[in-house]
Structures are given as structure tokens and as C-alpha cells.
Design a protein around this ligand. Sequence first.
Ligand SMILES: *Cc1c(COP(=O)(O)O)cnc(C)c1O
Length: 385
Amino acid sequence: MDPNLHFETRAICAGQAPDPTTGSTITPIHQTATFTQEIVGSDQRYQYSRGANPTRTALEEALASLESASFGIAFSSGMAAIASVVQLLKTGDNILVADDLYGGSYRLFSEVLPRHGISITYFDGSKVSDLKKRIKKSTKLVWLESPTNPMVRLQDISACSEVTKKRNILTVIDNTFASPYFQRPLELGADVVVHSTTKYISGHSDVIGGAVLTNDEEYANALRTLRTTTGGVPGPWDTWLTLRGLKTLAVRMRAHEENAFAIAEFLENRPEIEKVYFPGLPNFDGHELAKRQMHGFGGIVTVDLKGGERAARDLCENTSLFSLAESLGGVESLIGYPWLMSHAAFSESLKIKKGISKSTVRLSIGLEHAADLCDDLAQAFNSCT
Ligand SMILES: *Cc1c(COP(=O)(O)O)cnc(C)c1O
């Protein structure tokens, strides 16, 4: 695919040429476990779907193109992708992790990896100096996630990558919250991008999936072999749904952001709200960094309520357009209470350290009309008092 074509065009065309055998304009769902071979010992590309499947290949090529990567490897979930990346390490290795991260990744890092002799060190994601200070001889990987979940904090991807490059440490970033439309970490110096494609990339809350993107061929081959060995592959139907969602990523992200701005401004003016966290707001801590390293601000708005836990839980339970549900990044708006939902795996003290309180509510702004979303929040506030 011509890399000079625009993002919108590549989302629709990359890896998705008409089917050469039938002319099918849309990538077929190759719902097959195996592929018939002409001769014994064939070297044909497709032999068994754990190794490779043409519908999956289409998705991988499209995702790679959108992340400015040469190689894409799709997984059965975001967590399968993340677990595979860290499985390339060995006993004795150390991972340096920006302290604000997805709950599932935290559980993997804190509970599973130490059992295999892989140590984890946390650093203050807002300070490159702290990253430098905490690097050990055994550090093989630096793990970033920006913007973070749910406080949408930012880490300086170029500055962190500059530090790691000099020391031959791999920089991996979970780019789920921004999506490749708003942020392309490989262009900023990161080595590996991981995604939960469950979120913005598939975009319709109807499929679980993950992906890893990189320009490092040796790394891509190692990861592909690991995936074929451990088996965390997505099925053809799921990869097709993800590919279908991906085609509209650009228009969806622009609309998510436009609505997020409207909701963030609406909430800033509500007496029930203590603080609004949205990177697009000029008074937000990471706003300048967001302008520098992102192409937009995303669709997640987090708030702290003045009325504490009662007010936060009431808000979550009294909206009708916003569904009270885990996940984010779909066309429908979702509301969540991180303290007891997405971040239940964190200890109280860790939640507080991350800025999550019992007053915190996370909103994934969907593509409904912004006025209807504001009305829904207003009626929820009114029915709480
Ligand atoms: C959802 C999510 C994951 C995990 O992805 P799954 O597809 O649910 O396995 C990882 N990182 C971030 C930032 C997420 O939001």
C-alpha cells in the first residue's frame, strides 16, 4: 500500500484488495481451520489457521499501515497481545512500567510475571528523569500507556524513547486510548505498539481483539512464532468484524472527539462537578504535550464529583443513554465507576496514587447527538438531588 495515501484511504484499502480468486470486493471471511495442500511439504503461505489465515492477514496489513508499521500481528484480545509481548522476555529480565496503566496489564505485571522471575519496577510516567533513574542493567523493556486509563494522563513518548534507544531497551506503548488516528508512537520513536482492538479500532463493542505493530522484522518474526506456539489467535469472523470497523476509524474518531469536547465543556459548567479530565481542555495538565505528540484528544472524559461516592454512583446509575458498562471506544456512550469497575484490581492506596477516587466517573463518549448526551447527564444529575 502506498504510504503516501492518506489515513482515511489506507483504512479502507490497505490489505483489502479485491479477492484474487473471485473478485469479491470485500475481504472474504475465510472460516476454515485448514487449507488443502497440493504436495507433501508444501511451502504455501496458508496451511493451518493458527499459523495464518487470509482474513487475519488483511486486518494485520491494514493495522500496520495505519500505525506506520511494517508488521502487524493480530491477537485474540488486547491482553493476549500484551501477554505475548512480555513472554518474549526471560527469567531475570526487568520491565520498567509507567505507573499509570490498564488494570489487566497491572494484574499481569504484578501477579503473573513475578512467578516467572521477571521483575517489575514502576516509574512516574510524567517524569523522564524518573525513568532514567530507575533503569537497571536487567531492564529490557519500558512499558508506556498514553493517554492513561482513566485519568487520561500523558507520557512524553519521544523523550522516553530517546532514553531507551541509547541503552538498547525496547519501548512498548499501549496506544488503545488514542487509536492510530490520533497518535502514532512508532513515528515518535517507540519500538512496539500494542492495541486492544476491542475499543476504538473495531469501534462497535461487538468483538474482543488485540494487535501488536512494529517496524522490527526480527521482533515481528519472534512474536509471530510465539503466537503460533501459544495459540492466542483471533478467529476469522472476529478479524472480519474488526476490519469492517476499522474502515470508519477516522470519521468515528473525529466525531468522538467533537462530542467529547461538547460534553467536557458542559460538565465544566455543572455545579455538581469538581474537576474534568480531558486532554483537549486548555487548562488540562497534559494539554501542551497532547498538542505536540497527538493529532487529537480522543473521546474519553473523566470527572470527579463534588458529592463524593454517593453522587458518583448515583450519576452512573441514573443515566439512560450512557450505559453503565465496562469497555470504551464504541459508537454508544458508556459510563463507568473505575473505583469498583475497571480498576477494582488495584489496591486502595494505588488507586489514590493514580488519582482515582470514590468520586471519579469515566465517560466513553459515543456518537449519539451531543445535545442528547448532555440532556441525559442533566436529567441524571437532577434525579440524584
Ligand atoms: C481494554 C484494554 C486492554 C485489554 O484489552 P482486551 O481486548 O480487553 O483484552 C488493554 N489496554 C487498554 C488501555 C485497554 O483499554
